[in-house]
Design a protein around this ligand. Structure first.
Ligand SMILES: Cc1cc2nc3c(=O)[nH]c(=O)nc-3n(C[C@H](O)[C@H](O)[C@H](O)COP(=O)(O)OP(=O)(O)OC[C@H]3O[C@@H](n4cnc5c(N)ncnc54)[C@H](O)[C@@H]3O)c2cc1C
Ligand code: FES
Length: 289
């Protein structure tokens, strides 16, 4: 069913100003534990609305009586099917309350918010993805969108780093990516265990395995702030231009829509101008990295 001629929640949000602050009651339709700290939620909006997001955007998720937190949309628009996915790490009150919820439970959703990746600009380009840890959650949305439109892009290179084998997310998809001849997939963990046969070392050690054509390559990196400096050094060292390196800046956010100032980086609101930025736009901002 389509409510009031809106087909996406974004259209409805834009049309009805108050919706920016009013969560829609949405239903959890499936959950999957990836490891003890990270759980994936499949969520459906009311009235058959689709979220209408672009990769890199986030939603504000609320649990009644507990609070609200910004969470990246982890599924790609191309795989929406009337629902979307969030990958949530249990770190505090809201995320712990979310982890206790099972299919059938209701959560509040506001969004999609923020500026996502301008995917149309990347057609014909070689795509280099360098997610670290939970950074795979937002980048997975872009990666799967690119894979679903595979013919429109050049090489797809994925360099994924995690602290240890248990913390690798979406292992079932990683196994598929590793098998595909049209993806150059490399993975590393900071510390191996008795089961791990792959590369050991921080994510930057994977850059040795690849050569790229910098003028035709766009790179995307999302991960813990400490990672950015080193990944940027690798990418710039390989000759990528600052405008062709995209990263996502996560800040403490409240409103998500440029009203409260919680996410301010110098004179920029990360919730509105970001969280996705080309490096060229933020390298001059003292508080960005
Ligand atoms: C754009 C965006 C996208 C995100 N995407 C995801 C995602 O896909 N998955 C995911 O799991 N998380 C994501 N996060 C992070 C998530 O929003 C936070 O971890 C959120 O704070 C969790 O809420 P909580 O109530 O569970 O934990 P909180 O109670 O907020 O605590 C979380 C941690 O942050 C610390 N903290 C809280 N407030 C402050 C403060 N003011 N200053 C310093 N430290 C503080 C706490 O000590 C604790 O270690 C995203 C954040 C942003 C901004
Ligand atoms: S979160 Fe309120 S201004 Fe960005």
């Amino acid at each position: 069913m389509i409510a009031n001629n809106y087909t996406t929640y974004e259209e409805k949000t834009m049309a009805v100003g108050e919706q920016l602050f009013l969560p829609a009651p949405a239903r959890i339709t499936a959950t999957r534990m990836l490891n003890p700290l990270n759980k994936v939620f499949q969520i459906e909006l009311p009235d058959g609305l689709s979220l209408g997001h672009r990769p890199g955007q986030f939603v504000e998720v609320s649990v009644l009586g507990v609070g609200e937190a910004p969470i990246s949309i982890s599924s790609s628009p191309s795989r929406s099917n009337g629902s979307f996915e969030l990958c949530v790490r249990k770190v505090g009150d809201v995320t712990a309350a979310l982890h206790s919820l099972e299919p059938g439970a209701t959560v509040g959703i506001r969004g999609p918010f923020g500026r996502g990746f301008p995917i149309e600009k990347f057609r014909g380009k070689d795509m280099l993805f360098a997610p670290g840890g939970l950074g795979l959650a937002p980048l997975r949305s872009l990666i799967n969108q690119v894979l679903d439109e595979r013919a429109l892009f050049g090489r797809v290179i994925i360099l994924y780093g995690a602290r240890n084998p248990e913390e690798l997310l979406f292992k079932y998809e990683l196994a598929e990516w590793a098998e595909r001849p049209d993806i150059e997939f490399h993975v590393s963990v900071d510390r191996g265990d008795e089961t791990w046969k792959g590369n050991v070392g921080v994510i930057t050690t994977l850059f040795r395995n690849i050569s790229i054509y910098p003028r035709n390559t766009v790179a995307f990196t999302v991960g813990p702030p400490v990672m950015y400096r080193f990944v940027l050094m690798e990418l710039l060292g390989k000759g990528l231009s600052e405008g062709n390196i995209y990263l996502s800046l996560e800040r403490h956010m409240k409103c998500g829509v440029g009203k409260c100032g919680h996410c301010q980086i110098n004179n920029v609101y990360a919730c509105q101008s970001g969280p996705v930025f080309p490096y060229s736009e933020i390298k001059g901002l003292e508080e960005a990295l």
